[in-house]
Design a protein around this ligand. Sequence first.
Ligand code: AR6
Length: 193
Amino acid sequence: MRGRIMIVRVFVGSTQTMPELKAVLGDITQLSVDAIVNAANTSLLGGGGVDGAIHRAAGPELLEACKKLGGCATGDAKATPGFRLPAKWVFHAAGPVWRGGGHNEEALLTSCYRRCLELAREHGVRSIAFPAISTGAYGFPQRCAAVTAFRAVKAHIAPSGVETVHFVCFDPTTLALYEQLLSSAGMEDDDQL
Ligand code: AR6
């Protein structure tokens, strides 16, 4: 991975463990974590952006596995093996298309992150990497997406058993947003984010 890495430990409740949240700049397909998340579409049959990169790196077995899943509702996520990726699992999340903000977009994006953490629990995943779901082809405003992602992870990580979360940023602007969120992570009231 190139670029900077910011790491923060976040206290998320009454558990003994304190998960580590990291913002990293780079290509999610390169990460040796238990699971990477794909910003997929409801067909789960591949596409451009990070979805295309993940399918290319995982090999054709990934598409064959996806075909058996029967698609995915917006806000949901489904798991496949990682095949030729360093990651053991891929969690394919279907993010919402941004339609101006009045169509439940934030709740649906929150649901993607929550579902991935539920899959992490089911599959014994301790380290997970998320791309900035819905911020490319699906047009979600970057800052709103980052705040939504960060709040969703903080809200739902405790029961998941996940110890390390990588927020993988593909450009320096996204990285700067996540670094700002991580540096505010200790605040009780994150409405100021
Ligand atoms: N590693 C990490 N992040 C990446 C990578 C990568 N290799 N490549 C792109 N990104 P997008 P969406 C970032 O468009 O908006 C696909 O065609 C990218 O800079 O991949 O959820 C699917 O099949 C951006 O910040 O996903 C769907 O049809 C983020 O990943 C549709 O696009 C998400 O951009 C999903 O659109």
